[in-house]
Design a protein. Structure first.
Lengths: 710, 510
């Protein structure tokens, strides 16, 4: 296994640096001259082979988790996706679409077909069915595990074309290489991370690329393709809201900066109208495009475009500029007035729903903490620390401003788009950790522009020098030339050496980037988080498989209709691996229900007993990591249970569980804390005879019990 | 030759009965034969009971004074009787004639078949043992019979908590049920520990250490019965595989892929109350004594690519030890199994095909593979073996040393067009004694390349070429080379064994 890792690492390093080397300069072309290909063919060959290498690299660098652990689904949400995909492949699309799941949110249930983005499941199922058709007897799990790496590979191709569209093919190649191994993206697309984002980043970048292409060409076909890309994105991830707000914003900026053109008109209108109609086919999205506040910007810009077009036409008709100005004033006032009125009436009458809490929390980072504890309680919704920017982007963080500089230097419709994409997504990345993912493609593209432009300039300097030197020695006799050359040499005595030094520095940085990415992937982002691994005292590998042990026990040894109460984090895993009904799960759609569970967890035993009776609970699953030092256990999450419970039931007060504003679970803990259910169930062994707590709530405790604590 | 002693060791409950038979007529009526001396030994390690009856001419037990009948033809069959409750749990009956004494003792196995007798008293069920040499009047024979019963220990109390040990009931008769008059008999019952709560006394009854002795009883008429109950401690793991499906897939690439799907259950006294891991790990000698967490699977040598997983992923707690003669896979279920708890898992491994597949000069192929469950000391309630043959094999037939249900299926795997022929063998109540080899044969399809193969060639030529080269001849499976005795049993037990001689020669060749 070590050998495999080492191989992967060296491959990644080589691939990364090679790709950047080759893409940036033509210096390697001479080695292919023996093949007697024309220069263009040679370039094409190199480009295609680099792309192939990057494609493979993007796939294999995500396989660390499979090599280290096994081919398994990671984390929490992917288990839901896996379960639904399994259902889809077993029962067919119509059953899936109309699926009412009684196993979650007991006793409410959940309409799965109408409350999920089916893109990921349908994609995996299609891959599965096509492989089956070709007589490859693969298991659906393998397909699910490898879906994210496969789409990451596809993303590199899109990044190449996007980079080519933005700058040149060199930038495209660098962008492909950068995004292939960028940790910000790998964090959500390693093998086994079967989540919406894995597919959605591909769809996001594809939509953007196709839209930029449509704006650049004014072609209806590209706009149509972009609409379909948008449709795929909508079907895959709730992050489509970013697209439907960024593109209107971009169009608005173009309008304001006077870059309005027919190309833009065609691209936006086609994309918006078709995209909207297509998106309405997704049940979860439905009529939101015309009814929700988050989508109103796009509609406003759509109407604004019509006004612009109309004005253009009127301007063409009216030759008198003064008359036109008057007309313009009236029209703009009217349009704005009508728009504002429509929005006001729509909002007041409730036809247009206001912005959701999640949307607010994006615009105002402190909003969630004050108003929606359930969002704030998720660690990936926390504001991003600087270290995680550095961790996920490494040198891209420095290349990003440089890329912006180059973009501004050569401003076009396309570069304006990438600048806007980069800036907005960077802001969102700062608000929420998980949104680093959305920023990653933009950062990679802009950095690629910086790298490509810098290296191109430097190599031109180096090559120009050598060419001059070459011609100088070759001809040598022309006095004027020699003198001019000499003067140039004297004017920039260290230019060539400086350029070489800078080139070497750039390559060093890029190779550091490749090393860093590989290290981060192998160390930080390839853990399934279901299975924990540690090093034993003798360097041997110790595996803690207690989660699956508990889930499998539930699956095998509890009645088929048993109801399991646990904190919502484990809901998806219990339904997928334990195959039992849960009270709440990771689809946090009903805050009251979660608050009830939080209240049960934080009440005294007898009260908790009553609450659980009312919820028809048979088993309670509590995770305690005290013995192995596993920090993400329920004691750690307990304050959130209190906060969420207290948000709905004022009986639960956070200060009751704190001592002098401190959270303690030891002897000095607050009296209420000492007696509440979760603590007693963690310390004692059973809650009530009738309520058999899951025998495995001590999962963490038990495996290592023989070891001295610490 | 070693079969019988090995069986006796492995079995939980075994009874050895020595008969001396005196024959008066050829009819099987009980009056004509007489058991001179019977000895039965019962031992428990878990839920299985096995009974062996062997018949041998034994001069030492010959009592000329009793043999007086004249003029009746010799008896060639001997009847065994079982109470109806035991027959349902009967997993195996084996009989052998023994000759010689102690260390020089030799066994010659005999054929045992169930027999329908309509006027049987109290619904007793019969098996007949066919003697090699008919027993003439005045002669006697010593038989050893081994039979195994499964699920005949009944936990009482039905539910125990984590700290209690498990007590079971064993129901039997102090007197051997037999259609013959028994002159003298004795029964030894060996309990796993010295802790015996209670036992029925049928004088003379004696208890010493772990052994209970019923008898000797003199001159008991046919069908005598005297029910006994023994209540004793038994903390042996009651590991029962409710269902085992073994898929044996013959790969085109020179490997034999075995996948075994287990549904394991602890069939002992049900677990009551909570389970405390702390208690379980800190005081292993008091806590959960009747539970088990280790299982040992004995796999063939040169095993490779072993995996152990379940529906939700790999189970990391397993160890594999291999040497040149055997492989041992020690597995732990995800959690220790207490009474009534279940666990399902899958064990899979690959084996080099040349070790098991042999080819004869006429192009026939034979595969020897073991029947039965690789897990040591377990009972399998229902065993299904599926042998997946390469595409194109026709009319395969399995030969197994004991009666099994057999039918054919079709399965599809990688790049299959017409599907692979699957031979399905099913047997209920399988005990470790069933771990004997079986044989399968099929018709030769050489020269008949069907159209689908041509279509296949068109679709994926390279793979088809590979497949075809392997598929050209049919497959045959044959009894194992190491077990001549089993093969003989096999040929007589199974109605069809078309070419025993040739098959034996194939076996010996490799």
């Amino acid at each position: 296994m070590e050998g495999a890792n080492g191989g992967g690492k060296s491959a990644a390093t080589q691939g990364g640096s090679k790709a950047t080397d080759l893409s940036a300069s033509n210096t390697f072309l001479f080695s292919l001259k023996t093949l007697k290909l024309k220069t263009k063919q040679q370039e094409l060959l190199i480009r295609v082979s680099i792309l192939c290498l990057v494609y493979i690299l993007a796939f294999i660098t995500r396989l660390f988790s499979v090599l280290r652990y096994e081919s398994m689904i990671h984390e929490f949400d992917p288990y839901f996706n896996y379960r639904t995909t399994l259902f889809l492949t077993q029962k067919g699309f119509y059953e899936f679409w109309n699926w009412f799941d009684s196993e979650s949110w007991y006793p409410l249930g959940r309409i799965i077909g109408g409350t999920l983005y089916p893109g990921l499941m349908v994609t995996a199922a299609l891959i599965y069915w096509s492989l089956r058709f070709l007589r490859f007897a693969v298991h659906i799990r393998e397909v699910c595990v490898l879906t994210a790496p496969f789409f990451a590979s596809n993303t590199t191709i899109v990044a190449y074309f996007f980079g080519k569209e933005l700058w040149d093919s060199g930038a495209g190649l660098v962008a492909a290489a950068l995004i292939a191994i960028c940790p910000g993206y790998i964090s959500r697309s390693v093998a086994g991370s079967y989540d919406n984002e894995g597919v959605a980043i591909f769809a996001l970048l594809l939509t953007f690329y196709l839209f930029v292409k449509a704006v650049n060409t004014g072609s209806l076909a590209w706009a149509l393709a972009s609409a379909f890309g948008y449709f795929y994105m909508v079907s895959a991830w709730g992050g489509y809201v970013f697209i439907i707000n960024l593109i209107p914003l971009y169009v608005l900026v173009l309008l304001i900066t006077g870059r309005y053109s027919m190309r833009l008109y065609v691209a936006y209108n086609c994309m918006y109208v078709l995209g909207m109609l297509l998106a309405m086919q997704i049940r979860f999205v439905g009529f939101q495009h015309v009814q929700s506040g988050e989508h109103m910007a796009a509609m406003g810009v759509f109407f604004l475009m019509q006004v612009f077009y109309f004005l253009d036409w009127v301007k063409y008709q009216l030759n008198d500029p003064r008359l036109f100005e008057a007309f313009l004033r009236i029209t703009v006032t009217c349009a704005v007035g009508v728009g504002a009125l429509a929005l006001g009436v729509g909002t007041a009458s409730g036809y247009i729903s206001p912005w959701t809490g999640r949307f607010y929390s994006l615009l105002d980072p402190t909003y969630a903490k004050d108003h929606i504890p359930i969002i704030a309680s998720v660690s990936e919704h926390q504001p991003t620390a600087w270290s995680s920017f550095m961790f996920d982007f490494h040198i891209l963080l420095f290349l990003f401003p440089a890329g912006l500089y180059f973009c501004f230097q050569r401003l076009s419709d396309a570069t304006i788009f990438i600048v806007m994409y980069g800036l907005t997504s960077m802001y969102f990345a700062g608000v929420m950790v998980r949104l680093i993912l959305v920023a990653t493609p933009a950062v990679c593209l802009i950095s690629a522009i910086a790298v490509s432009a810098t290296i191109k300039n430097l190599t031109q300097l180096v090559r120009a020098k050598s060419k001059v030197a070459h011609t100088g020695t070759g001809k040598g006799t022309s006095g004027t030339k020699a003198s001019s050359k000499a003067s140039r040499d004297q004017s920039l005595p260290f230019q060539r050496n400086g350029a070489i030094a800078l080139l070497l520095g750039a390559f060093y940085l890029l190779s550091r980037y490749a090393t860093h990415c590989t290290w981060v992937t192998s160390e930080a982002y390839s853990s399934p988080s279901i299975v924990l691994a540690a090093r034993g005292a003798y360097g041997n590998r110790v595996i803690f498989d207690d989660y699956r042990e508990a889930y499998f026990w539930l699956r095998q040894n509890t009645p088929q209709d048993a109801k399991i109460m646990s904190w919502w984090d484990y809901g998806y895993q219990i339904t997928a691996m334990g195959n039992r009904t849960v009270i709440v799960d990771n689809n946090t759609w009903n805050n009251t229900h979660i608050a009830t569970v939080g209240r049960a967890m934080s009440s005294y035993e007898d009260e908790a007993y009553e609450i659980m009776r009312s919820l028809d609970v048979d088993y309670v699953l509590v995770v305690f990591g005290g013995v192995t030092g596993y920090s993400s256990d329920d004691i750690n999450k307990f304050l959130w249970m209190v906060r969420i419970g207290g948000g709905v039931f004022p009986v639960i007060k956070e200060p009751d569980y704190l001592v002098n504003g401190e959270y303690r679970v030891d002897k000095g803990a607050a009296p209420k804390m000492l007696n509440c259910l979760i603590r007693s169930s963690c310390q004692k062994e059973q809650l009530e005879d009738e309520y058999k707590l899951s025998y495995y709530r001590f999962g963490e405790l038990t495996t290592e019990y023989g070891k001295p604590p610490g | 030759m070693e079969a019988l002693p090995r069986l006796r060791l492995a079995l939980v409950l075994s009874a050895v009965i020595c008969f001396s038979l005196l024959e008066r007529s050829s009819a099987l009526s009980s009056q004509d034969l007489q058991i001179v001396n019977a000895e039965r030994r019962v031992s428990f390690s878990f839920l299985i009971c096995t009974y062996i009856i062997s018949h041998n001419v034994s001069p030492s037990q010959f009592k000329p004074g009793i043999v007086e009948n004249i003029g009746t033809p010799p008896a060639s069959e001997i009847l065994l009787a079982f109470p109806p409750t035991q027959v349902d749990h009967l997993a195996l009956v084996k009989a052998a004639v023994t000759a010689g004494k102690r260390k020089k003792k030799s066994y010659s196995p005999l054929d045992v078949k169930p027999k329908e007798v309509f006027d049987a008293p109290n619904g007793a069920k019969y098996f007949t043992i066919s003697l090699l040499n008919p027993l003439k009047v005045g002669e006697s024979v010593t038989l050893e019979v081994l039979y195994t019963l499964t699920h005949s220990l009944e936990p009482f109390p039905l539910e125990i908590s984590q700290s209690e040990s498990q007590l079971v009931y064993y129901h039997d008769s102090a007197i051997i049920l037999s259609p013959y008059h028994i002159k003298q008999q004795i029964t030894f019952v060996k309990t796993p520990s010295t802790k015996v709560e209670s036992f029925t006394r049928v004088d003379p009854t004696d208890r010493a250490g772990t052994e209970l002795k019923y008898g000797p009883y003199e001159d008991r008429p046919p069908y005598s019965f005297s029910p006994t109950i023994i209540h004793f401690e038994n903390n042996n793991p009651f590991a029962v595989v409710e269902e085992l499906v073994r898929e044996v897939e013959i790969s085109h690439w020179g490997s034999l892929q075995i996948t075994e799907h287990y549904t394991l259950v602890h069939a002992g006294a049900r677990h009551k109350g909570v389970f405390s891991r702390v208690e379980y790990q800190s005081r292993p000698s008091f806590s959960g004594v009747s539970s088990f967490k280790h299982l040992l699977a004995k796999l063939p040598p040169r095993v490779h690519s072993v995996y152990y997983r379940d529906e939700i992923g790999n189970i990391s707690s397993s160890h594999l030890r291999t040497d040149s003669r055997k492989s041992e896979l020690e597995i732990e279920p995800r959690y220790p199994l207490f009474g009534g708890w279940k666990a399902t898992f899958v064990i899979g491994y690959g084996l080099p095909l040349p070790d098991f597949l042999f080819e004869s000069s006429d192009g026939m192929r034979y595969l020897n593979f073991s029947f039965g469950c690789p897990l040591a000391e377990t009972v399998v309630d229902k065993l299904t073996i599926k042998v997946v043959l390469p595409e194109g094999s026709k009319k395969p037939y399995a030969v197994v040393p004991f009666p099994v249900e057999q039918h054919l299926e079709t399965s599809y795997s990688y790049l299959d067009v017409v599907g692979r022929t699957v031979v399905v063998l099913e047997k209920k109540n399988v005990v470790p004694e069933h771990n004997s080899p079986f044989q399968l044969k099929s018709l030769d399809t050489q020269g008949q390349i069907p159209e689908h193969v041509l279509a296949h060639v068109a679709r994926c030529a390279p793979i088809t070429l590979l497949l075809n080269s392997i598929e050209q001849s049919s497959f045959k499976f044959i009894a194992s080379p190491i077990r001549h005795d089993v093969f003989i049993t096999l040929s007589s037990a199974n109605n069809v064994s078309p070419m025993p001689q040739t098959s034996v020669s194939f076996v010996v060749a490799p």
